[in-house]
Design a protein. Sequence first.
Lengths: 297, 366
Amino acid sequence: MTPANPIAPAAEATPPKPRRWVGPWALLGPSGLWLLLLLVLPVLVIFELSLVPGIRPGDLVNPSGIDNYLLVFQPVYLQVIGRTLSYAIGTTIICLLLGFPVAYWLALMSPKRWQNLLLVAFTLPLWTSSLLRSYAWITILRPTGVLNSLLGAIGLPGLDILNQTPAVLLGMAYSFLPYMVLILYSSLEKLDRRLLEAAADLGATPIEAFWKVTVPQSLQGIAAGSLLVAITSLGDFVNPELLGGASSMTASRLIYNQFLGATQNWGFGSALSMLMILAVSLGIALLIRYGDGRPAA
Amino acid sequence: MAAAAFSRRDFLRRTSIAAAGLAMTGCGWRLAQVRPSPGSVGDRTKLYIYTWAGYTDEELISRFQQATGLSVVVDIFDSNEVMLAKLQAGGGSQYSIIYPSDYMVRQMRERGLLRELDRDRLLGLKDLLEPYQNPSYDPNNVHSVPASWGTTGLIYNRRRVPEPPKDWGFLWDNRDRLKRQVTLFNDQRETMGLALRRLGYSYNSQDPEQIRQAYEALKELRPAIAQFTTDGWKDRMVAGDLSIAMGYSADAIEAIEENDQLGYTIPASGSSLWTDTMAVPISAPNLEAAYAWINFTLQPEVAAGMTARLKFATANQRAIDLLPPDLAQNPSLFPSQAILDRCEGIAPVGAATPLYDRYWTQLTSG
């Protein structure tokens, strides 16, 4: 453009450009580089490995097909994925059922001056390692553990749920409940109470008001909280591993076995990882689109 | 307008194309390849060791420091595969000494990951027990020095089982009354191996039909299995919550010390015999310190002290001679030759590896 039009003053067209460029680059550069090096590149490498059938460490990386992905569709692996999904869905439902009343009470009924303290108290369990929390559940749930001593002391029969699905769901729900409560709290806090009063004036029972006013207004919070809990549950490794029984293999454990187990099939492990990343990305995309309170544009 | 569009979509597009290019131009690269070190010396005053939990203690390290002036940094791994993965991810240039087990020595040796040891610099190899002079996983100990050995067997609680188990078959015979009271290893080769052995086959069978039968046998046993765990059974066994746990002899001896109702059996039809060794990664720094450590632990007094304190069997005959009789004659620690003859070391199974993994996934997800 410039050589073709020598009359146009070059000094006028160029100066603003650098300034417009420098700002975004200086602000986004460091974190962009960080993301590129530690997220984008590794994911691309995993993707490349997932296209090499049965690659083990020391082998030549030579992408040649989607065999690893086809392997995933064998019944035995579908069963593992099914269990992982059912754990995630179960955990989400339990967290929602337990978390909603708590968040409701915190947001609308608890004394205002205690609210912040109560919120902090509710997130306290997150300050310890998830491993420790799972070990604590073993101590509580084992046949001669805390729970059964208590039940025995008041004359009730013992509960034997350790190493079974209920124990896994209990551990996972306990781990992820604070996330659900925090998100529901921030959603319920914004609830327009005048609508509740109006509903009462117009003759709605408290139950009707709850279903027709409170729930619709907090739907976004419910969706965001549920998605966040479900996404986190999908990748949980510790709870199924420590609290589960003989048949508790989940996708995380299956991936772990491919990389650090005896088979060392990094290709299949990478394919499983890619599918996991895809599933989680899909969840996050849904969260961004529907979870922030604005209707889809 | 144009600038705004660039800021997101275009930036993402351009960077991802660039990144994809970077990753793909690497065609022909080798996954997790380890190259010999260019003779890096590292910190001459420090020795970095990568080992199993329970193989070192304060006393051992401070005595080594007094003897050599070298300070020791110990990192812990919980499986051979984790150790291998860390070395392949570049950790090999950090550690001077690692403790791979028998089958892993073979695997690492075959992949050129271990440094050949200079026998002239090793003192005390001649004191090793006869079977450890020329082990099958590493003929003539060219790449490794045996550090400890033991068996895998059954730990049982006398109060909870009608009679002490004598063989693997006990689990199947009593599976109805042992409902969720048994733990087996979270290790496909050990657990599939015990089922193979119970059926009269080898721990290292590569026959698809035999492996399938072992899987079917374990599937039958599943109602009795509380969990697959290699070392998560200890607390619960000591507390009396489990009836039987599969365990390493060294862990069994520790658990029995805490609860005298517990006992340990090496199953009569034989079990797996394991050896943990000391080896030097091909990319290791500070070889001087590595040799100093191996020679230090080969001294009979040091080896005997380790066995007495840490409860794992030494392969050093002169060290065994120094042990108090209650340890030297402890059949859990040093089983009779008749029992050892029926045991087998776990070796790589080559092309049958994916088959083991498949059945294992089926077993643990069914």
